[in-house]
Design a protein. Structure first.
Length: 217
């Protein structure tokens, strides 16, 4: 194996480790947001702020030990009431999707809960934005990311159409980027990656590393 190929594999391993650290930290951040959203909602609904001696719920939010922006606190309450209390979304799904995506699709999620929850898990924020805009306007705005196979095949050897997936650096997808750091994934593998990126990356590390090493052959 040539030195350049070894370097690419080492870069891939380091990039994977970096991605793993980011995903782990992000999960912890969002898990805490769920706890905060639940606590704020209960405080508001049960009027715990009165028991604590605050003049109002807004006064409670202004406590220096909390340091919340009121707008963010109310957004967390909004998505907790909508997704957990009204739609019965589990804590696991709430954390998996995250408050940013949950807020973005709050206006459309009740049209088809399962479809939108699935999209939120599988798509990047930017691609989810496109889907939401399309739903609002009644027009399909999805970018043409699909390319035929062959000549490009999924790194796992799967058959069928594939998408160009930005990997392993985790940037948002772009339909016109040349992309030295993209790998071809079939729709099934692409969805599985977004559902469990950490596990998928580790399980198929040899496949995507080999794809990057052989690029251009």
């Amino acid at each position: 194996m040539q030195a350049e190929e070894v370097s690419i594999i080492e870069q891939g391993a380091l990039a994977h480790r970096n991605l793993e650290d980011i995903i782990s930290a992000q999960y912890n951040v969002v898990a805490n947001y769920f706890i905060i959203a639940k606590g704020l909602t209960e405080c508001q609904e049960m009027s715990w702020w009165k028991v604590l001696g605050d003049d109002s719920f807004n006064a409670f939010l202004g406590r220096p030990e909390l340091g919340f922006k009121r707008s963010w606190a109310y957004e967390l309450i909004k998505i907790y009431k909508l997704y957990v209390q009204r739609l019965g979304v589990s804590a696991e799904d709430f954390i998996h999707i995250g408050p940013t995506k949950l807020l973005k699709m709050a206006s459309v999620v009740e049209q088809d809960k399962e479809r939108w929850l699935g999209d939120a898990k599988a798509l990047s924020v930017s691609d989810l934005d496109i889907e939401i805009q399309g739903a609002a306007s009644g027009v399909n705005l999805s970018p043409p990311t699909s390319v035929p196979s062959p000549p490009t095949a999924c790194v796992n050897g799967c058959r069928g159409d594939v998408d160009r997936h930005h990997f392993p650096v985790g940037r948002s997808s772009s339909s016109d980027e040349k992309g030295d750091w993209t790998i071809p994934l079939c729709r099934k593998c692409h969805t599985e990656y977004h559902q469990e990126p950490k596990e998928w990356t580790w399980t198929y590390r040899k496949n995507w590393m080999r794809n990057l090493v052989n690029r251009g052959e």
